[in-house]
Design a protein around this ligand. Structure first.
Ligand SMILES: [Zn+2]
Length: 55
C-alpha cells in the first residue's frame, strides 16, 4: 500500500502506522493552531484624520 501523503510504499497497515508516526507526525492537521495576533484596538493615533478641502 502507499502513503497518501508522500506516496511512499509501505508493506502493510502496521508499517503505514509507523510510517505516519515517523514521517508525518503532524497528521495533516490544518494550520488552525498558528499563532494569530490579536487585533489591538490601539491604532487610532497612528492614522490622522484626512481633512478634505485643505491646501
Ligand atoms: Zn508518507
Amino acid at each position: 500500500m502507499k502513503c497518501e501523503i508522500c506516496n511512499a510504499e509501505v508493506a502493510n497497515s502496521e508499517e503505514m502506522k509507523l510510517h505516519m508516526e515517523r514521517e508525518h507526525p503532524l497528521d495533516e492537521r490544518g494550520d488552525e493552531e498558528l499563532e494569530k495576533p490579536d487585533m489591538m484596538p490601539e491604532a487610532e493615533e497612528a492614522a490622522p484624520p484626512i481633512v478634505p478641502g485643505k491646501n
